[in-house]
Ligand binder design. Structure first.
Ligand code: 13P
Length: 250
C-alpha cells in the first residue's frame, strides 16, 4: 500500500545508549500520527531494544540496514532475515549503495536477499545512479537495469510488498541534493517502469522514497512532488530536531 514514510538510516552510528536517547527525543517531540509512518533503521545490535521501545506506537517501525541472502548456516558475522524479524523489526533496507560499493553486492545477490526477506519483512530496496552515469546521461538505463535484475522476477503479489528508495549515489552524504525536478523525473520513470511490468494498480500503489542529502530545509519541496512519497534519510536522521522537522514536512 502506498504510504507517506520517513525512514532514518543510522548507518554505523550511535551506541545503544545514544540510540535509545535519540528515540526518546523523537518520541517526545513528534505527535502520534498515522498519516506518516516513521521507520528507524539502527545497527543490527540495537534492533531488539529499539523495536521494544517503539512497540506501543503504531506510527513507528524498525528496519534492519541489510540481511544475508541465505536462510542460515556457517556465515560468521552475518544476520538472516528470520533473525531480524524475530527482534520485532518489520522492514529491511536492501541494496543500499554503500553495500553495493563496500561489500560488492550485485543485483544478483540483492535479488536473492529480496527473495529470502519478502516473506518475513518488507524490503526497502535502494536504487540509484553514480555521478559518472548521471553525467553520461545513462542514469535511467542504470535504474531500469537495477529494477529488472533485482526485482522484476517477483510475482505481482510479492512486488506489491516492496518499497523503493531512489538514492542517487552522488547525493548521498555530499550535501548535494537532487533538485525536486530531477528527483520527481526519476520517481516518475520508476513508476512508469513498474506500470509497464506490473500494471497501473501496482505502480500507483508502490511507495517510492527519495534519499540523498535530504534535510529539514529541502524535504518539503521534495515531498510535495507527486511521485515522491517520503524520504530515506541518513545524516539528518541522527538528530531529533532535524528528523522531526523532516517528518513534519508533509
Ligand atoms: P544522507 O541523507 O546522509 O545523504 O544519506 C542518505 C542515505 O544514504 C540514506 O540511506
Amino acid at each position: 500500500m502506498r504510504r507517506k514514510i520517513v525512514a532514518g538510516n543510522w548507518k554505523m552510528n550511535k551506541t545503544l545508549d545514544q540510540g535509545l536517547q535519540l528515540v526518546d527525543e523523537i518520541l517526545s517531540s513528534s505527535e502520534t500520527s498515522s498519516q506518516v509512518l516513521k521507520i528507524i533503521a539502527p545497527p543490527y545490535i540495537h534492533l531488539a531494544a529499539i523495536a521494544e521501545k517503539l512497540s506501543s506506537r503504531e506510527d513507528f517501525a524498525v528496519a534492519a540496514q541489510n540481511c544475508h541472502h541465505l536462510k542460515s548456516g556457517a556465515f560468521t558475522g552475518e544476520v538472516s532475515a528470520e533473525m531480524i524479524a524475530s527482534t520485532g523489526a518489520k522492514y529491511v533496507i536492501i541494496g543500499h549503495s554503500e553495500r553495493r560499493s563496500f561489500a560488492g553486492e550485485t543485483n544478483d545477490i540483492l535479488s536473492q536477499k529480496v527473495n529470502i526477506a519478502i516473506d518475513k519483512l518488507t524490503p526497502i530496496f535502494c536504487i540509484g545512479e553514480n555521478v559518472d552515469q548521471r553525467n553520461a546521461n545513462t542514469h535511467l538505463e542504470t535504474i531500469r537495469a537495477q529494477l529488472k535484475d533485482a526485482l522484476f522476477h517477483l510475482t505481482a503479489a510479492d512486488f506489491g510488498k516492496i518499497i523503493i528508495a531512489y538514492e542517487p549515489v552522488w547525493a548521498i552524504g555530499t550535501g548535494v541534493t537532487a533538485t525536486s525536478h530531477q528527483a520527481q523525473g526519476v520517481h516518475n520513470f520508476i513508476r512508469t517502469e513498474i506500470n509497464k511490468k506490473y500494471g497501473k494498480e501496482i505502480s500507483e500503489n508502490t511507495t517510492i522514497l527519495y534519499g540523498g542529502s535530504c534535510n529539514a530545509q529541502n524535504a518539503q519541496e521534495l515531498f510535495s512532488c507527486i511521485d515522491i512519497d517520503g524520504g530515506l534519510i541518513g545524516g539528518a536522521s541522527l538528530k531529533a530536531t532535524d528528523i522531526v522537522s523532516i517528518i513534519n514536512s508533509f
